[in-house]
Design a protein around this ligand. Structure first.
Ligand SMILES: [Zn+2]
Length: 448
């Protein structure tokens, strides 16, 4: 089920992928790198990459852990992330995505959420010498000093909390440190970019319901980063207005370069950089590596291949149904990959273009990496096959004039800064002791 970006569930994923149109390429004569970057380079890109604390905020590997019994010590086997590639790419920390497919697991969101959380902890338990389970910004730095890979978790899709703030608190207690308010499906309290144009899906009036605002507040109070990847534009702006802490986009790109509703307009990029509370230094946008969000040409081709893949999958499902069988997701993914492989991969420069664009529009302090590894059916740009290829990003950024310091910010420093600020806001809110819960929850009833 990790191939959700393409076709699963079709009804949810399709609108998100297919409503783009206007390609907009950065001009070849545009100035390279941020204006304040010093041109002098004293360190090699390889040395700069090695010196960085590299943090990626989105990988869907937990579904491999649970469904395929994949272990991080295994060979990649078609995936993007394992211990070997982590070491080669000097990846210091990964936020493993806890994503529950909303149709398949209807009625058991919490059950599936807990199994995925457990799968991350099992990996840590199996490799204590190489992986450290981490829940704080300081923990990421400590693991780095210990020469260990830091494993963190973020929930992808607010439906995991089943409209319960007590569940949200329990997930925090288990170590979850960000949550995307929605996945491609709108929930009872926030709207998704994936189904916002679907009239059959109920949506909120203002992007967040009163309960949705409470969810954001409680995330702020707990110290869980508010993640606006996947939400509708209206929900994005509402969440930004409500949040007392800076927000992150754990895996999104720039809409000016690839017209997907999953990507962010320049106004949204600037807003992430500016909002976050009175003394905030602003949030961060972590760039997704999915070719369908990076390259307009790839995306246009995807629109042609998608219905064909959809048809082939339906035929396979019908055939299996006639025989009284269910189709395994591995089979579905095989077909998805077959059709995706017909589309030429875009060059790595498309990924760098998005980083560069966000650095120019929002500022170099507001961009980072959110690969979506193991979540995009291998549909990444040429040369970006696994975590082992991360040093190529540093090399390409330096070739465009980014300084060593700017590279280290993009590779992880910016995310660390935002994470720390979110933790600080939580401390302040907890000290203020002003819970703002308008929806009555079971927990509140017990208190009376
Ligand atoms: Zn996603």
């Amino acid at each position: 089920m990790r191939t959700r970006t393409l076709l699963i569930p079709l009804a949810l994923a399709l609108p998100a992928l297919l409503c783009g149109q206007t390609p907009s390429k950065p001009s070849a004569s545009a100035p390279k790198g941020p204006a304040h970057t010093m041109p002098a380079k004293t360190q090699s890109p390889a040395a700069v990459h090695r010196s960085a604390l590299v943090i990626d905020t989105h990988a869907d590997t937990p579904q491999r852990f649970v469904d395929e019994h994949f272990d991080l010590a295994d060979p990649l086997q078609g995936g993007n992330l394992n211990l070997e590639s982590i070491q080669k790419g000097n990846l210091g920390a990964e936020f493993f995505s806890i994503w529950v497919e909303p149709t398949l697991y209807k009625g058991q969101y919490a059950h599936r959420t807990l199994e995925l959380i457990d799968s991350v902890k099992q990996q840590v338990a199996r490799h204590p010498d190489r992986i450290e389970f981490v829940t704080s910004a300081a923990g990421i730095e400590q693991a780095h000093r210990d020469r260990k890979f830091a494993a963190l978790m973020g929930i992808e899709g607010g439906h995991s909390i089943e409209d319960s703030i007590p569940l949200l608190r329990q997930y925090y207690g288990l170590g979850v440190r960000y949550m995307t308010l929605t996945w491609a499906n709108s929930n009872d309290w926030a709207d998704s970019s994936g189904d916002i144009d679907d009239k059959s899906v109920p949506h909120t009036k203002e992007g967040l319901t009163e309960f949705g605002k409470d969810v954001v507040y409680e995330m702020n109070r707990l110290g869980m980063m508010v993640d606006i990847s996947h939400v509708s534009d209206r929900t994005f702006f509402r969440a930004l207005n409500v949040s007392r802490a800076p927000v992150i986009a754990s895996h999104s790109g720039a809409r000016a370069l690839c017209d997907s509703p999953r990507n962010m307009t320049d106004a949204m990029l600037r807003a992430v950089a500016r909002y976050g509370g009175p003394n905030s230094k602003g949030g961060v946008v972590q760039v997704n590596f999915f070719s369908g969000f990076l390259s307009q040409a790839y995306r246009d081709e995807l629109k042609i291949q998608q219905p064909l893949a959809e048809k082939a999958i339906q035929e396979m499902k019908d055939k299996a149904k006639a025989q009284g069988k269910e189709v395994a997701y591995a089979e579905i993914e095989k077909i998805q990959r077959q059709y995706a492989d017909r589309i030429p991969r875009p060059p790595l420069s498309v990924l760098i273009d998005h980083i560069d664009h966000i650095a120019k529009v929002a500022g170099v302090d507001h961009v980072g990496l959110g690969s979506d590894f193991d979540g995009v059916s291998g549909q990444t740009p040429e040369g970006m096959d696994s975590a082992a290829d991360l040093p190529k990003i540093t090399e390409a950024l330096m070739a465009r004039g980014y300084s060593a310091e700017d590279c280290r910010k993009i590779l992880g420093g910016n995310l660390l800064r935002v994470f720390r600020e979110v933790e600080q806001v939580a401390k302040e809110l907890q000290a203020a002791d002003r819970p703002r819960i308008t929806e009555k929850q079971p927990f509140d009833k017990w208190q009376k």
